[in-house]
Design a protein around this ligand. Structure first.
Ligand SMILES: [Zn+2]
Length: 381
């Protein structure tokens, strides 16, 4: 049965008792939380703690956007999932977990990839947008959407031991484009999957994003508005930098961006064109049939120690161009890295050098290991 928080029956009183006795929250604040809505885009490392704390705090309506399934490599930081959820749709598993934590919360799920075609339609139904995606195309998409919809957007990013958070409200302060007008070149910044991330850092940054949402709803305290919090977990230093609204900003100042654009294109990323990709299933099958394929592992030496694919030669990405001289332009080449992103660059470079049959292993060794693990499970059961 659904019980409104205002009635304060025993269970509701007990559930929120530690909030209700804080003067800054109280009954009034708890009512505000109940009447608010937050959408979390990306139910991953940042989304997991954000969703759990928002739900526990009693946010009335929570939206979750994600188009992935739960994988074993997620469990090191995506604490909303358990071993039992492996292979399940993330939105389904997250919804179930939230409902078991706090049945007062209405959870709405969007099992899709958010893009220019659907973002405004989805986001307009919520008071606050939280970026749990940790990738540039989605972050620019969400920032521009927050400008167009005039609603707050809480930015968070993580890489190895370092994180950033900012509360962006284009009506009152700078937007994300004021901070970073252009995305970095795709080759300059490794993604979280490629460079790794400390699981605990995701917990800290995602929790701070949820904290900012709760403070905004309560109308209490000082937000990270016009400020960028930089978190360095290795030295345990929290630095707050001031960021200004850029009078030249195309999005929030000059209002030149009146529609959402193609952000993948804007950021120049992706695993590469379809014909430059090979799936793990296809590669495994071709190798089993005895196809002659030159397998090239472009990971760094410390990465190749972690997991190997039999028969691959190891040529770190930085040595690829000088080593490619001994390849034959007619041969079939499959390059791979940890997640498929560096591999895409490698395949592109080889194609430009004239190796027209070079392809990138989609998903890299992670996909390969995951496929092999699932095959083993099948034989064992
Ligand atoms: Zn701006």
């Amino acid at each position: 049965m659904h019980v409104s928080v205002f009635e304060l029956d025993e269970n509701t009183f007990l559930r929120y008792s530690r909030h209700l006795i804080i003067p800054e929250v109280g009954l009034e604040g708890q009512r505000k939380l109940k009447n608010s809505s937050v959408i979390v885009v990306g139910a991953g490392g940042l989304g997991s703690p954000a969703l759990l704390y928002l739900a526990a705090a009693g946010i009335g309506r929570i939206g979750i956007v994600d188009y992935d399934t739960v994988e074993r490599s997620n469990l090191q930081r995506q604490v909303i999932y358990t071993e039992k959820d492996l292979g399940r749709r993330k939105v389904e598993a997250a919804k179930e977990r939230i409902e078991s934590l706090n049945p007062d919360v209405r959870v709405e799920t969007y099992d899709l990839r958010i893009d220019s075609s659907n973002a405004l339609e989805i986001l307009k139904n919520y008071d606050i947008i939280i970026d749990g995606s940790d990738n540039f195309p989605t972050r620019y998409l969400l920032s521009d959407s927050s400008v167009l919809l005039s609603k707050p957007f809480i930015y968070g990013s993580i890489y190895r031991f370092d994180g950033q958070v900012s509360f962006i409200d284009p009506r009152r302060g700078p937007c994300y484009r004021c901070l970073y007008p252009e995305p970095p070149p795709p080759d300059a910044i490794p993604t979280c999957a490629e460079g790794g991330v400390l699981g605990l850092l995701a917990g800290i940054v995602g929790s701070i994003q949820a904290l900012e949402a709760v403070k905004y709803i309560l109308g209490r305290g000082r937000l990270l508005l016009g400020k960028l919090l930089v978190v360095d977990t290795l030295n345990l230093e929290f630095t707050v930098l001031n960021i200004e609204k850029d009078p030249e900003c195309k999005a929030c100042s000059k209002k030149e961006i009146t529609n959402l654009i193609d952000y993948d294109n804007f950021c120049g990323i992706g695993e590469g064109r379809k014909e430059m990709l090979i799936s793990v299933q296809e590669l495994e099958e071709r190798l089993r049939q005895g196809a002659r394929i030159r397998l090239v592992d472009v990971r760094e030496p410390y990465e190749t120690e972690l997991y190997r694919i039999d028969g691959a030669e190891r040529i770190p990405f930085s040595k690829l161009v000088e080593s490619a001289g001994r390849f034959d332009s007619s041969e079939e080449i499959v390059v791979f890295c940890h997640t498929g992103i560096k591999g895409a660059r490698a395949a592109r470079i080889l194609r430009e050098m004239g190796f027209s049959k070079a392809r990138n292993l989609a998903g890299g060794v992670l996909a390969w290991a995951s496929y092999n693990a699932s095959q083993k499970d099948k034989t064992n059961s």
